[in-house]
Design a protein around this ligand. Sequence first.
Ligand code: SF4
Length: 275
Amino acid sequence: MTILNAEPRPPLVVSYGVGIDSTAMLVAMYLRGIRPDLILFADAAAEKPETYAYLPIISKWLKKVGFPPITTVRYEPTRAPYSTLEGKCFANETLPSLAFGKHSCSIVFKAQPQDRYVQSWQPALDAWAAGRKVIRAIGYDNGEQDCRRRAKADRAVEKKAQAGHKDATRYDYWYPLQEWGIDRFRCLLLISHVGLPLPTKSACWFCPASKKSEVIQLRDKHPALFWRGIAMEDRAREGKHGLRSTQGLGRTWSWRELISVNALAVVDEVETLRP
Ligand code: SF4
């Protein structure tokens, strides 16, 4: 592993999403004797209850294996009258930006709070003062989809470097699951191997990337959250901007449609099985 070989080893920061991939990344590091220096969880106050319930479980395991505890970071408003993504959507009568094909929701509520924390974290300040970089470990697995995400992230980093962005001299991004050839299935095996239960898929419960079947599942398991999503969608549709470039929280479909059309969940499942 070349990125960790420098002496002294650069500070290693894990972006922990409390999902399957990033949990497997922590397990894989442990099994290879690599201890991160900082484990950051960006809480947009919108994870599913199962994800929050997993935090004490993984925290206990981290303590057992001698890893640092999870540091939770959050969006901190300067002037905005909201502190959560759901609050922002309600205040602005809109939907998370992903519903419009943009990514500012994850940048503002997940990436920036982590950046802000690292920027005042002493080991990072010391490394930068000594002309060294901080390593940021990202839990993309070795499957096709995450390899595409990685390629996109690499292009963005390259673009920043060409533009002379200061991050280019501050961070190296490391994708351990891809380096070690660990796909989604192996992630599941790794987590089970150390006796941990499997975490649920982590994402905001109203994430526009959710499949119809996942929304139906939310409706059945957490009806109050499902109805909050419907309320968010209705408010955006009837609000001052309306919904012109998107149908709703599903982008090409709305959660409201799902209220009476359970069969769509089956269609969704069948679609995912197509070769
Ligand atoms: S999980 Fe989805 S809605 Fe939440 S910040 Fe990320 S992209 Fe946006």
